[in-house]
Design a protein around this ligand. Structure first.
Ligand code: GSY
Length: 206
């Protein structure tokens, strides 16, 4: 079989059961270690209010940019395998309810997919600040296959409240370099501080 040429795709990771920040950071590396997936960039990890009708704990969310030789269906299966490895049980969980790890296939190159098992772009992307904000970090100037700008979608959502950057990974698997520091220093910083205090202080004004 001829291998497929690599495609740039974007995965949204979220979770709100257990130590979700740890889970997301670890899952980024697990994805990078999967056959046919190379993680190129990772957004910050944000604390976000739960989306949907179920009252539950806030989520941690981030988005990764990958290069992949998997086709969309293979990539979906790999995402589902990774979710299960971190304790997601689709049979037992409530719809829109708590979960340790959810991996959404947001974009796959410029392709659209519409099958019973998979829709790309993700069908609720335009409604979700928790996906759009981190997606724009790793896909600045990004557009949907139909040409709509991600920034336009985000602006159409109105003011974004209650979304806080909690951690920025110091290293990104595919880059092997430390990311620039934020908040005046600390690199990977805040995971410990965040756990200890609940939340980081906002960055100082310029
Ligand atoms: O579809 C992803 C799982 N999920 C999330 C999420 O990742 N973040 C937030 N903020 N709310 C969510 N509700 C569900 S379901």
């Amino acid at each position: 079989m001829t291998p497929r040429p690599p495609v740039t795709a974007f995965l949204g990771l979220g979770g709100n059961v257990g130590d979700a920040v740890e889970t997301l950071a670890s899952a980024v590396y697990a994805l990078h270690d999967s056959d046919g997936i190379a993680v190129e960039d990772v957004s910050g990890i944000y604390e976000t209010p739960p989306w949907g009708p179920v009252e539950q704990a806030p989520f941690a969310n981030c988005v990764v940019r990958i290069r992949t030789t998997l086709d969309p269906r293979e990539l979906l299966l790999e995402c589902q395998t990774t979710e299960a490895a971190y304790g997601r049980d689709r049979e037992a969980e409530e719809r829109w309810g708590p979960r340790p790890l959810d991996i959404d296939l947001l974009l796959y190159g410029d392709e659209t997919v519409d099958t019973p098992e998979l829709t790309i772009p993700h069908p609720r992307l335009a409604e979700r600040a928790f996906a759009l904000v981190p997606l724009l970090e790793v896909f600045p100037g990004g557009t949907l296959p139909d040409g709509r700008r991600l920034t336009r979608l985000l602006l159409d959502l109105g003011p974004i409240e209650d979304m806080d950057l909690i951690v920025r990974l110091e290293e990104v698997p595919g880059q092997h370099v430390a990311r620039p520091e934020i908040h005046g220093g600390g690199g990977a910083y805040l995971a410990e501080e965040w756990h200890a205090r609940g939340r980081p202080d906002p960055p100082p004004p310029d």
